[in-house]
Design a protein. Sequence first.
Length: 133
Amino acid sequence: MTRDELAALFDPIQHSNVECDGFSRIVFSVLTERGHKPILKAGALSARGAIVRPHLWIEVYGFMIDYQARRWLGHEPWIPHGVFRASETEAIYEGVTIEVKVLPEPIRRLMLMSFADVESESQSRLITPEIIR
């Protein structure tokens, strides 16, 4: 897959309210279901003296996928974000491969919902046709 293809898959969910572990598990699951072989890594991320530990990210086809580094390190231009090659960032990723199972699609969908969405959906299920009349 190309950088653009990977970005097209995950840019739309980049502002979801999930931490690096959840986001990386979602990316891992989507790619695995599509027949790719992503590697889920866990370890530390450091950039200009700031360190995030623990931190999770994905490696696939020579790219790193990390949409959550800026959550912890700020929105500075040197903080990696999205789909990139390790050589394109001064940030240092150190970690080990971890084994996980694919998250089922309904679980991923729930993880990506905002609290307001979850609350709205649960309320709509409480309203029966008899009440609506």
